[in-house]
Write a protein that binds this ligand. Sequence first.
Ligand code: ADP
Length: 409
Amino acid sequence: MTGRVLVVNCGSSSLKYRLVDVAAGEALAWGLAERVGQPSGRLTHSRPGRPPDVVEQPLPDHAEALAAALAAFQRRGPALADAGLVAVAHRVVHGGDRFSAPVLVDDAVLRAIRELATLAPLHNPVNAVGIEVARRTFPGLPHVAVFDTAFHATLPPSAYTYAVPPQWAHDHGVRRYGFHGTSHAFVSRAAAEFLGRPVAEVNSVVLHLGNGASATAVAGGRSVDTSMGMTPLEGLVMGTRSGDVDPAVVAHLHRVAGLGPEEVDRALNSSSGMLALAGSNDLREVHRRIADGDDAAALALEVFCHRLRKYVGAYLAVLGRTDAIAFTGGIGENDPVVRARSLAGLERLGIRLDEERNAAREPGARRVSADDSPVAVLVVPTDEELEMARQTVALLDGHQRDEGRPGSQ
Ligand code: ADP
């Protein structure tokens, strides 16, 4: 696996990029364009060991944001023309049941990504814009779409089927898809590597806890259950998303408060979760408020950890035998209180944290459970961009091999 890949991740008002050297497993440069489409924008371009280059300038659309990023590469390096770029990888949130692996982008794939906007109206259209813009900018390079849902293509029907009228699934795609797949794939593999065992032999529960949060049960490298559903709203309590609620809430609020479904949907996605309960979607601020005696913040953290513990228990049952629980994402990697609280009382299920290890702040993958804990509890920093770059190079290598085969075109 060699080559350098430019990884692009377009959000509604942002564009993140990272130039990844796949063989070294390293980022050579990365950046963030913020407030795209707003009157004032900012581009921050970073390279290892150097101060970031920050430019404040309006970024009217994603094409301008990418142009600003390219200008930063030119100004501050590394020079993209000499970087040995082999492809551009694009994060796409929803692949529906059309895409179960990364694909080379052509016009038909781009059309399909746009059609899947019915399932991810906030994400897929802007992901498609990013691909379009980058294809125009780098017409000579292969562009690869990497889907957040793809790792969960192995979910069995018992896990992905909602108990609703079957024509909803058939006609409208109503089923569980799961998200954060690139992270769950990377972390479950890294957890097996950490344990020094083949990934095919390891069962793990991966807890990706960032602004969005999801839990996945991974059996032998395959996702067998996951907490996010048809959209990234279901499951754990998140920064601004409610996670699980009774779906009857939607009709109830319509009847008693006159709220429309769009309004409730927006509230469940953008003004619920920790933001609603604690007044902040940043766990660091929630801890500060708790230290200041804020009861609402204390309850919010309890709700967060209780939900997490429920999913851990559920996935221990789904897996039957669990070798590792792996925490990742901004909260999972950095918050010892969340790790301790969400696993407290699970000793009889084979989970014993080591207090000192859990409290230690160390970089890299590490064990935070006691040596005699039957289930290893690990902290595994995720690297979604590296995983996307790896999958991209693996796809291109596969294509090259196919093209070299007799009878292929
Ligand atoms: P995203 O989902 O946007 O990629 P991250 O994985 O970076 O987000 O996670 C962001 C969240 O991580 C922040 O909102 C914050 O709550 C949490 N976080 C970051 N650092 C810490 C820390 N030291 N302690 C607790 N929480 C943290």
